[in-house]
Design a protein around this ligand. Structure first.
Ligand SMILES: [Zn+2]
Ligand SMILES: [Zn+2]
Length: 155
């Protein structure tokens, strides 16, 4: 933990063999990462809603250390907030990952671009206080909200 490599750009490393891949719709951009340390949550914040055009975004958190991106010539980025930057394919528009300066060891990959399904199921809903009024959460997963989006909500 104390000796994390600093990678200014994500590059394929011969010593790692990422086992999960994600790809944009047109296939120009691919993201590969190791399977471990996943957390999967549905985020109902206004940024996720507007930037995806859907009710919420399902995020898979992956370790950045073992992550690689190919097709960088087709990659573009948008700084959503001072801390958060989204990276997307400038050909087809698919969002392929996000980085948050507050969480330098992980990247967020939208579940919908991951190829071959997920190894685990989503675990929670975040930012439920900001969710679209026209969307009803109909599963029994734990719900969190508040300003951080991750505070327990009064049932
Ligand atoms: Zn694309
Ligand atoms: Zn969000």
């Amino acid at each position: 933990m104390s000796n994390v490599r600093r990678l200014p750009r994500y590059t394929m490393s011969n010593s790692e063999h990422p086992s999960i891949s994600a790809a944009c719709y047109c296939g120009a951009v691919k993201v590969c990462f190791a399977a471990e340390r996943q957390s999967i949550v549905h985020c109902h914040c206004g940024e996720c809603r507007r930037l995806s055009g859907a009710a919420f975004t399902t995020w898979v958190s992956v370790p950045r250390q073992a992550m690689s991106v190919s097709g960088e010539a087709s990659l573009s980025s948008f700084q959503v907030t001072p801390n958060v930057t989204r990276h997307f394919c400038k050909v087809c528009g698919s969002h392929v990952y996000s980085a948050d300066l507050r969480l330098p060891k992980i990247a967020g990959v939208p579940a919908g671009v991951i190829e071959g399904g997920l190894s685990a199921l989503p675990q929670a809903h975040y930012f439920v206080g900001h969710k679209a009024k026209w969307h009803t959460i109909s599963d029994a997963l734990p719900q969190f909200g508040g300003e951080s989006g991750a505070e327990p909500t009064a049932a």
